[in-house]
Write a protein that binds this ligand. Sequence first.
Ligand SMILES: CCCCCCCC/C=C\CCCCCCCCCC(=O)SCCNC(=O)CCNC(=O)[C@H](O)C(C)(C)COP(=O)(O)OP(=O)(O)OC[C@H]1O[C@@H](n2cnc3c(N)ncnc32)[C@H](O)[C@@H]1OP(=O)(O)O
Ligand SMILES: Cc1cc2nc3c(=O)[nH]c(=O)nc-3n(C[C@H](O)[C@H](O)[C@H](O)COP(=O)(O)OP(=O)(O)OC[C@H]3O[C@@H](n4cnc5c(N)ncnc54)[C@H](O)[C@@H]3O)c2cc1C
Length: 662
Amino acid sequence: MLNKSIMDGDNPDLTEERMKGAFDTDKMAAVIYGSEKFAIRRREITESISRIPQLADSKPFSFMTREEKISESCRKLSVLSEHWNQLIDTNNEEEALHLYREVLGLEGHAFSLHETMFIPSLVAQANDEQQEKWLGRAKRREIIGCYAQTEMGHGTNLRALETTATYYPSTQEFILHTPTETALKWWPGALGKSSNYAVVVADLVIRDTHYGAHPFMVQLRDEKTHNPLPGITVGDIGPKMAFNGADNGFLGFNQYKLPRDHMLMRHSRVEENGTYTKPPHAKIGYSSMVKVRSRMAMDQGLFMVSALVIAVRYSAVRRQGFLDDKSREVKVLDYQTQQHRLFPSIARAYAFIFCGFETIQLYDQLLIDVKNGDTSGMSDLHALTSGLKSVVTHQTGEGIEQARMACGGHGYSMASYISEIYGVAIGGCTYEGENMVMLLQLARYLVKSVELVKTGKSKELGPMMNYLAEPDTQIDLTSGPEAYVKVFQHAARRQVWKATDKFHQLMESGQSRDIAWNNSAVELTRASRLHTRLYIMETFIRRVSSISDVSIKKVLIDLVNVHVNYEVLDIGTYALEHVSSTQLDSIRSQLYSSLDTLRPNAVSLIDSFQISDMQLRSVLGRRDGHVYTNLFEWAKASPLNQTHVLPSVNQYLKPMMDKAKL
Ligand SMILES: CCCCCCCC/C=C\CCCCCCCCCC(=O)SCCNC(=O)CCNC(=O)[C@H](O)C(C)(C)COP(=O)(O)OP(=O)(O)OC[C@H]1O[C@@H](n2cnc3c(N)ncnc32)[C@H](O)[C@@H]1OP(=O)(O)O
Ligand SMILES: Cc1cc2nc3c(=O)[nH]c(=O)nc-3n(C[C@H](O)[C@H](O)[C@H](O)COP(=O)(O)OP(=O)(O)OC[C@H]3O[C@@H](n4cnc5c(N)ncnc54)[C@H](O)[C@@H]3O)c2cc1C
């Protein structure tokens, strides 16, 4: 069987689609998840979870209040704590994340930041002694931690953080203090009610000198009672657009004393007498953010996939209207507009995940290099991940919204669950650095690269930057996907140079550097986007070229074709400098024919992600495809339907109607 999702009793329309798939979905899963070994482990973990009934949702998530969601996830975490070692290799981060996604979904929980930022901060920022003291406890989940950096008044501009950590050599203590209301830590996930420890980022002050943002390990709550310790004000910031299973929190310090060895001292140090040793790279303390950004292409790709699993499966069973055959309505997936809405996003999701694997590996390598004293790769990875997080979060938001609309009215219902996926995913446009700000970080790097070329130092260009020094050449669009890469290179190069020139000209006209930068900022962000989209396209093509299995490679080449045609059309206004409008028309025709080619494999392409019904939490997107029965069952379970007459009817509507009758 090529598509491993085929099951007796499934909706025949979906079974028909699965039979049409021209490749083995297990083999595709191995490509998506980086190895056959991990793809198998994912399935084994999912299977083991299904044998533990206490890990199932006690009722549909969409009918739960916020308090119920938080309580439900804590209940499951306590069940999980009995099974960790039998379910996963606890040293394997990807296995742990898969387990979390399966059991707890995406709405957040008490450990949301523990695994993703608290432990990584200890790994990257704590010295050996400190790791000895805290890392084991954190990994065994004896303590729960979060990452408290953002303040009510400042998130982006870390240099303006107001929380102070002032060192006193006389007592060998830091005093943590929140001097104003705006200095309250605001937003950290799992801070409000769950965490008893936090890595707190505060401005280090020694003898009136401010050394800027540094990380500190801070106990927030009593380990026995879980009550906040004296000097600590902590709580939940209230409901959010989504991600309401998490208790994002606020935190204030009132002259809170912290022993000297609670500053994380792998890279910078404060000696007993107050002597400060600066880190080998000024931004080394930002590593936990780079870590999460390096994961975001993968995680956002998976958010988009979840929405696409729902929309593509639904589109294969939803029949509406007619094409040639007037005896039976067609599957809406047969409409070209539906394919145009969904297939380019499938291509992007694959591309994001392939990029994600690269950046996760780059971060892991950087961590090793930095431990060995080599910080030279930090700028490259910072620039790459800044651009990538911005582009993938934005495009993921677009893709999920298209998936929602592709499901018509049912997409708007919480039965689809797409609105929750959307709400959680687009949080990524903001967290880990607001997108525009991060695009401007990449732009700094691009401008510097152009300056290297201009001053004859092209040899010093970082990875992926050589194209900035190359001359424009004639493009032969019939020469395959590489020709489309050339179009992107032309467009990105032109925009990067144009934005840089503008910036330089404004400075030459007398504007200060900062004002000239601000007056060039829109053009600079455009340059960053084009550069990043070029990287995504190149990575996608490179990954697909490396595949040896013929049937897998064939369908992925079809997907690459959808991608390159769609992307070049999408940047049409930039491409027009290098591609004629007649050529754009021919790219359009190729896009339509590539959608048609991909159509028979659409369901198998999204089934290959092997996202379980439990993880998906969508009534509309379930593997069995029995959409209408499942939808009706779900609606009947609504709390509003547990009684025929609601108390509010008796209390308000009925007396009102009765009065009107008099
Ligand atoms: C996430 C994984 C989840 C997996 C779980 C799966 C289950 C899914 C379920 C739910 C998913 C939801 C998960 C929710 C997780 C939420 C996590 C969110 C956590 C946070 O948001 S933490 C807070 C993040 N905050 C930020 O990102 C702040 C952004 N601001 C900054 O980073 C900085 O202020 C700045 C970079 C914008 C500017 O810094 P500054 O010091 O002022 O520096 P500049 O003057 O601008 O630049 C000087 C120089 O330094 C270079 N530089 C800056 N940063 C770095 C760096 N990190 N590394 C290397 N170099 C750096 C910069 O380029 C300049 O260089 P130049 O002078 O040009 O050469
Ligand atoms: C779901 C979620 C989870 C979060 N989790 C955590 C967490 O665990 N820990 C934590 O510490 N924080 C967390 N945060 C906070 C998050 O990191 C910040 O909100 C984020 O970094 C953006 O900063 P800000 O809110 O200060 O936005 P602002 O910087 O105030 O952005 C507002 C606007 O100003 C613009 N702007 C700001 N500066 C510039 C500039 N220099 N140039 C051009 N435009 C600019 C932005 O582009 C944006 O349009 C979380 C946030 C969310 C939404």
